[in-house]
Design a protein around this ligand. Structure first.
Ligand code: PEP
Length: 248
């Protein structure tokens, strides 16, 4: 059985004081939830605050990006060692905003995953199609290309996949439960054909997940959790998503 995995991607929100206030309010709300893995990915500048407050909690601290080199003259970048030193044990790689605004290709994503895994960081790899691609009937083709390119020569241990249709991110337009499960089943099928351990890997859905749609998503056989942007910025709404994923 795959344990549900709910992750918060705070993007470029939440300075350290806001992070502290969030965690202080959030922890009591999820204290009794033992059957869901929870991750919070704050911005880099709030990692220290998150790490201090979550020291004795099972909540995982994640980062939103990492560079593919271990160290060197890469002004403004962040290395895997810097992330582990800041308390991170996981990193989100290949988010569509990084692909779209920072020109990250599958090749770059693949290099980042290699370096992250070499440094014992777990990885959430994001894949997903645009509206144009979906309407042109190319969803599975896009997913296949992204999986083959991003996961080239990479085994599945330490990996989570997040299926995030770009048209559903931050738009309030969630994929239907059936659309999400169809894409997840395709991803798992591709992984089964090409890698060991596909039945154990968790596939999160991401795209306008909210307290009122998490239960329907989690009821789908191939949906194992969620990557949540907007609705993870308030303790009560993120806690409601976590509890909604409990006892799948
Ligand atoms: C995301 O950025 O990964 C995301 C899913 O955002 P939102 O929940 O706001 O759509």
């Amino acid at each position: 059985m795959r344990k549900p995995f709910i992750a918060a991607n705070w993007k470029m929100h939440m300075i350290s004081g806001e992070t502290e206030a969030f965690i202080t309010a959030f922890l009591p709300l999820v204290r009794d939830v033992k059957d869901v893995d929870i991750l919070i990915a704050p911005p880099f500048t709030s990692l220290a605050a998150a790490s201090r407050l979550l020291q004795s909690s099972p909540i995982i601290i994640g980062a939103q990006n990492v560079h593919y080199e271990e160290k060197g003259a890469f002004t403004g970048e962040i290395s895997p060692a810097m992330l582990t030193d800041s308390g991170c044990s996981c990193v989100i790689i290949g988010h569509s905003e990084r692909r779209q605004y920072f020109s990250e290709t599958d090749e770059i994503v693949n290099k980042k995953i290699r370096t992250a895994r070499k440094n014992s960081l777990e990885v959430i790899l994001c894949v997903g199609e645009s509206l144009e691609e979906r309407e042109a009937g190319k969803t599975f083709h896009v997913l296949e290309q992204q999986l083959a390119g991003s996961l080239k020569d990479i085994p599945l241990s330490g990996m989570t996949i997040a299926y995030e249709p770009i048209w559903a991110i931050g738009t309030g337009k969630t994929a239907s439960n059936e659309q999400a499960n169809e894409a997840h089943a395709f991803i798992r099928g591709w992984l089964r054909k090409n890698r060991e351990g596909a039945d154990h890997i968790r596939i999160q859905y991401g795209g306008s997940v909210k307290p009122d749609n998490i239960a329907g998503m989690m009821a789908q056989p191939d949906v194992d959790g969620a990557l949540v942007g907007g609705a993870s910025l308030k303790p009560d709404s993120f806690a409601a998503i976590v509890t909604g994923a409990s006892a799948k």
